[in-house]
Design a protein around this ligand. Structure first.
Ligand SMILES: Cc1cc2nc3c(=O)[nH]c(=O)nc-3n(C[C@H](O)[C@H](O)[C@H](O)COP(=O)(O)OP(=O)(O)OC[C@H]3O[C@@H](n4cnc5c(N)ncnc54)[C@H](O)[C@@H]3O)c2cc1C
Length: 531
């Protein structure tokens, strides 16, 4: 029996937007299936991302395969597993990317994805509460985006130091031009996290034509020949099958979307056969083209007292921070993961910046339950190329849907990525040692003053870098043989099936990936409704 018009798999950044827009018309019966839980006490207060980064209750907790350029380390790949998906556990920075990112997608043959084409969706999705140019910024949309409180003395010094090395202050990097340094805009409103669960699903859940099921792990797509007719999902130990009249939209994210296609017999035939999976449709690009930001964190000990949260937010300081949040909704508890960022040029003559630097105004220590504020006062500056060329893959390793897929990044396999990473670290050093930083009395802890040659810096990167949690590209959009979806996000060769999430990005956007993922959800809904 056909119960629904549309089934959306995954209620994350993109999937929540898809379900919200499709169910806006009461004639459409929509089912939204989410493998994770409905909510968690840690999703509301921004800084509690620290309690979710290693928390299996809300996080898939994947990790990569050991690789040569990670010195054999497995790199953590956290992914949200609850309503809101990764938007409910992420670092809350709101970054669209730059016009050139989307123009590149269009130049690759993806009609309808130029910056001019996607800008209306970026505007429609946001309710921007800051000064901005209305040609670029939207008001009244579901996602509330705010400017942070003004920089304190520590980050103000960074802005001045950046100016001393030729980097301009550009508060609205989501406006006309991206380049420059700024406090991070955030998916925070009045001190609360604005996930897609809060901003899209709270409102949509009241609609009688939208059915949201949590704890529903979709294990396979149901195919009738070359048409997708529904899904099979496990819930509470039982297996259910559900059918739809029009389309299934897979929005399970860059790790789980290719996994679900492969489990359904859509992918590289030899790989599927080797695992005993059926080959329903050969599509060699499924799981390929994985890209992410491999981001070394430079570390700086702060000699001046009272400048970092290491001095001001431990012990009784934490109590006063909690009171600040309760009264004013600011301070540590409302902190974006990296409250300041700079989009910079690696060399003269580029049309757009190609490096990202991000500052975290304290030292933390890793513990099995997540990061903890260190005793040592310091701050970190991560630095990396924004559009890496290295590509990896995500593939199933077993026919069992509960087995984690193998994630291989191949970081630094493209020589240009190593070259630009070194350049980014040298720019970070030039800012941190500029005259404006002198009052902070900084000492470089990592990479450390002894590491000056390119080789020494890259050795340190291989030993220490992690990602900034932006995997994309594993069901890439395009027309070439390795493309998985077309420019309307329809899976090549299968009717009634689209993929809409970060996995469809042919290239990585210049910055964080939550905003572009939501935009993808907004846009696919329009394409579906246009017929
Ligand atoms: C720790 C962390 C910090 C980050 N910080 C930032 C930041 O500061 N700013 C920023 O812009 N971006 C950040 N990102 C990245 C950004 O949040 C993601 O790129 C974005 O949320 C991806 O959206 P998506 O729709 O592709 O996938 P997701 O939002 O991950 O959604 C996928 C959803 O599908 C569900 N799902 C998966 N498989 C199945 C299945 N088989 N059946 C049913 N449901 C399934 C998942 O549980 C999840 O809810 C961060 C990410 C993480 C993890």
């Amino acid at each position: 029996m056909t119960e629904y018009d549309f089934i959306v798999v995954g209620a994350g950044s993109a999937g929540a937007a898809v379900a919200y827009r499709l169910s806006a018309d009461p004639r459409h019966k929509v089912l939204l299936l989410e493998a994770g839980v409905a909510d968690s006490p840690y999703t509301r207060i921004p800084v509690l991302y620290a309690k979710m980064i290693a928390n299996p209750a809300v996080n898939w907790l994947y990790s990569s395969e050991p690789e040569a350029n990670t010195n054999g380390r497995r790199i953590p790949v956290p992914r949200g597993k609850l309503l809101g998906g990764s938007s409910a556990i992420n670092g809350l920075a709101f970054v669209r990317g730059q016009a050139q990112d989307f123009d590149t997608w269009a130049q690759l043959g993806n009609t309808g994805w130029s910056y001019e084409d996607v800008l209306p969706f970026f505007k429609r999705m946001e309710d921007y509460r800051g000064d901005g140019d209305d040609r670029y910024r939207g008001h009244g949309g579901p996602i509330r985006v705010t400017n942070p409180p003004p920089a304190g003395p520590l980050l103000q010094a960074v802005i001045e130091a950046a100016a001393q090395v030729g980097i301009r202050h550009n508060p609205d990097y989501n406006g006309a031009q991206q380049d420059g340094i700024a406090m991070s805009q955030a998916t925070i409103f009045r001190g609360w996290r604005m996930s897609t669960a809060r901003c899209y699903l709270d409102a949509a859940a009241k609609r009688p034509n939208l059915h949201i099921v949590t704890g529903a792990h979709t294990e396979a797509l149901l195919l009738d020949g070359k048409r997708c007719i529904g899904v099979r999902y496990s819930t509470g130990g039982a297996m259910r099958e559900v059918r739809c009249a029009r389309e299934v939209v897979v929005s399970a994210g860059s790790i789980n979307s290719p996994q679900l296609l492969e489990l359904s017999g859509i992918g590289q035939p030899e790989r599927l056969k080797a695992l005993g999976l059926p080959v329903n449709h050969a599509l060699p690009g499924v799981g390929e083209n994985l890209r992410d930001h491999y981001a070394p964190r430079t570390r700086w000990i702060v000699g001046a007292k009272g400048m970092t949260y290491n001095d001001t937010a431990r012990g009784l300081g934490l109590v006063s921070q909690a009171m600040r949040w309760a009264m004013f909704k600011d301070g540590l508890l409302s902190m974006v993961g990296a409250p300041m960022r700079a989009f910079v040029f690696s060399r003269e003559g580029l049309a757009a910046p190609d490096l990202l630097l991000g500052w975290v105004p304290m030292f933390t220590e890793a513990t099995p339950k997540g990061p903890k504020i260190s005793r040592q006062a310091g701050f970190t500056c991560y630095a990396h190329p924004m559009r890496p060329e290295s590509r990896g893959s995500v593939h199933v390793t077993a026919a069992d849907a509960k087995s984690p897929p193998a994630i291989s990044f191949n970081f630094l396999s493209a020589a240009v990525d190593a070259e630009l990473t070194v350049r980014a670290i040298r720019i970070a050093r030039s800012i941190m040692t500029a005259p404006a930083m002198a009052p902070l009395r900084l000492t470089e802890q990592a990479p450390g003053p002894e590491r000056q040659t390119d080789e020494a810096i890259i050795d340190w990167v291989k030993a220490t870098a992690e990602t900034t949690y932006h995997p994309v590209g594993t069901c890439k959009m395009g027309n070439d043989p390795m493309a998985v979806v077309d420019a309307r996000l329809r899976v090549h060769g299968i009717a009634g099936l689209r993929v809409a999430d970060a996995s469809i990005m042919p290239t990585l956007t210049s910055g964080n990936t939550n905003a572009p993922s939501i935009m993808i959800g907004e846009k696919v809904a329009d394409m579906i409704l246009a017929g």
